[in-house]
Design a protein around this ligand. Sequence first.
Ligand SMILES: Nc1ncnc2c1ncn2[C@@H]1O[C@H](COP(=O)(O)OP(=O)(O)O)[C@@H](O)[C@H]1O
Ligand SMILES: [Mg+2]
Length: 262
Amino acid sequence: MTAVARPLIDIRDVRKQFRSRSGTFLEALSDTSLAVQAKQFLCIVGPSGCGKSTLLRMIAGLETVSGGTIEIDGVPILGPRRDIGLVFQSPVLLPWRTVLKNVLVPAEVLKLNSTSSQKRAHDLLKLVGLDGFADRYPDELSGGMKQRAAIARALMHDPDILLMDEPFGALDALTREAMNLELLRIWQASTKTVVLVTHSIEEALLLSDRVAVFAPRPGFVRELIDVPIARPRSAATRSDPVFIRLAEKLRSYFEADKDAGK
Ligand SMILES: Nc1ncnc2c1ncn2[C@@H]1O[C@H](COP(=O)(O)OP(=O)(O)O)[C@@H](O)[C@H]1O
Ligand SMILES: [Mg+2]
């Protein structure tokens, strides 16, 4: 028998306090513990303001913890790491650079070989369905295309971990559905570890192996729900009885939060 593998991302008793200008403290996260296994797709759902973005920024090394520890592969996080790719809610593309040049930013920052980076950037644009748009500028793209370019950029330096903060929140329902399936395809082709924050219960269930439900602020993981639905998944996955049952269960948490907030 082999022992249970050490989680790739290990979040233990993490707290986060922000200090306001007037000197008062706001507790964003309290005693948050969460383990993400390598190659797992984990979704975080929870009410607004419960610290989801803050947690992603702490995993990415862009924000310090006020207490507790976050380790990646057994190493505490001290700052930004190159094995992490980040996708924000609104795609932050540089307007004066073409799509190709935007995707190449991480390669330039990390001083990767330029010939192989060019090839990889073109391959990634193909992967996210943007071949033919390499020489366009961001303002020539739709919202969904910009977000796909941002995903290609996050994958440029081949990070093991992809952190995505409500990446499809601003998209219309149809584009969002198409992007969900596209992301599943990309994830299956690259087998990365993904942590994705979403407001959508359906999105969480369609994508993930496991859903972490956060409590209202100060947030913590109130429930971990495994999603034992076979892959590859498709639009038809939504009518799977397990999907429907889990969606009801997740919805009941949000209803309870709303009632508690009355
Ligand atoms: N840099 C900051 N300074 C002060 N307060 C912050 C800062 N970032 C987030 N907060 C506060 O922390 C709480 C959690 O924020 P956030 O992580 O963005 O929540 P979520 O992503 O779940 O909506 C909110 O109340 C927010 O206003
Ligand atoms: Mg957020």
